[in-house]
Design a protein around this ligand. Sequence first.
Ligand code: HSE
Length: 291
Amino acid sequence: MVTVRAPATSANLGSGFDVFGVALDRPADVVHVERAAETTIDVTGMGADFIPEEPMDNTAGVVAEELGAPAHISIDKGVRPSSGLGSSAASAAGAAVALAELYDRDLSKRELVRVAAEGEAAVSGDAHADNVAPAILGGFTVVRDDGIERVAADLSLVVCLPDIVVSTRDAREVVPESASIEDVVDTVGSAATLSIGMCRNDPERVGRGLEEHLVTPARAALIDGYDAACEAAREAGATGVTVSGAGPAILAVCRDDDQRRVASALVDGFERDGVDATAYRSRVGDGARVL
Ligand code: HSE
């Protein structure tokens, strides 16, 4: 039996739509695998009732098929599905790392990212390695067709998950199909600022670098309480706030000393609009690891 802890992740970070991702040190899924003649899956934990256990409908099952590594896979979900926190990516990443270890496969982490991304693609129909890359490699990642850049970073983050559902399909449909050159220039400036901030563990630059005026406002409109939560977080010291992945979770960056205040402010902000929410005080974390 092999057990792996696979982290939640936050994709996009505002200015890096479909490109940037970051591993969070919490929450996480825990994936157990045992050799078996054929793959079976059971899921417990957060949102387990909504996750298919049929292997070819579950990212972990597709990963087992890709690796030719049949197993009984138990997934204890700490990352709520459809949260914007890379829930299916955590299971895919956890399964890829666990099965490679169980079957002693000589694959690099980057090869495992590719396998986990296949799992995501088969199940969601839309493959973005911006969640599986940080879920396996850890740190801050930049995913492009020609490869993945990664840097370890140490920063305080808060993710806040409101108790509402936003359909991923809706969140993709509101993304504008074109952009003005002014918006492109603005977004490139933010993305560059954020990347430098990550390399320097600088919450000011990372916070400013989340700023983006194309995708984020369109998605924020789908999240009840978003504006109130952002305003409260900024008043409490957040250096930047944005939608995490496709939402509805929100990601805030802050200085270490402000983290507790920012977490409470986000929850209070949502509550002001009548939305219950849970905040996780987190940091940029490691990728999936064998326990
Ligand atoms: N970049 C993706 C999105 C993340 O924002 O839709 C979810 O796969």
